[in-house]
Design a protein around this ligand. Sequence first.
Ligand code: KIV
Ligand code: ZN
Length: 395
Amino acid sequence: MTEALKQPRVYIFDTTLRDGEQSPGCSMTVPEKLRMAAKLVELGVDIMEAGFPIASDGDFEAVRRVSQEFHWVQVAALARATKNDVERAAAALEKAKRPRIHTFIATSDIHLQYKLKKSREQVLEDAVRAVELARKYVDDVEFSAEDATRTDIDYLEEISRAVVAAGARTVNLPDTVGFSVPEDYADRIGRIARALGDSAIVSVHCHDDLGLAVANSLAAVKAGARQIECTINGIGERAGNCSLEEVVMVMKTRNDFYPYETKIVSEHLFPASEMLSSIITFGPQPNKAIVGKNAFAHEAGIHQDGYLKNKSTYEIIDPKSVGVPEGKLVLGKHSGRHALKKRVEELGYPELTQEQLDAVYKCFTSAADNKKGFMNEEIIEFIEAALEGAAEKVS
Ligand code: KIV
Ligand code: ZN
């Protein structure tokens, strides 16, 4: 057995189709969810949360169709800790081969006082009752303590133990409002993971309000969590969820620090990101790690020079390993002759003379001051102009 196979397994729970989908500009129709689900299956996610069946008929239908069409994958349906919600989730998953009911209730005093207007005892009772009911329909039940990171830790432990005793196999401790920081989250997760031992998997679900969703998720895994809830491109409520592509690539690239195994096929990360962007109303920002348009672009002349001599000087991930067609060198006003020559060759003009290359470079630098960067088509125009100039000289 190789070292890698001995590494603890971390399950990737994708919630692009649920938490992601419920954020502005991200709603998806049932056929769109099915298309995205096919990509997520190809990517190798362990669990797909396909929707919140009580929320709408569309969500019900999405859970039903996704769980039937991808019957070999675990498919989760979200339900508040109420009878109606759990029964609706169970109905949507009725024909599923690997169904999971994911039931949740808020546990922080802030939510109890202002939102639920319930006591801790009442909430614990609701949670246990919902898990017991869900277990009547499916074996695989996940419980989430919403706003876990602002919940009294003794109460969080008490409710975690109670839902596991009631039959939950996974206990998720969401950083619902993105309030946590890595050290704090690791302490909290470590305490609950020790309390539950082997009786349940501890899961994490981080929002990115402080830009720490990925860091918090990784700290939690180090502290004993074995399921990460995340989304493609990090979409989700407000500032979004933990980005799937980032958290997975950290574990792969810095496996020395995070020696954990996932089943993600990283070559599908960029295609999954592209597909999501084509379905929802926006794509990742250009400088987004792993999948942004500039994630593998090197513009500064010094960087390009080093990169052309050896990619490892400025590239820590091979773009091909995440499915980006090729490392894109953005040609802009900081680019040097080396980079331009390389691009000219890549574009199929290896035979250009030094004089022609100089002509291309001249066109390029005089236009570059007013441009943010050149597309391949524009570079081709410069090349063609230089070639025409040479032809005119001969004729
Ligand atoms: O952020 C959150 O707390 C959630 C739960 C429903 C898991 O999305
Ligand atoms: Zn969430």
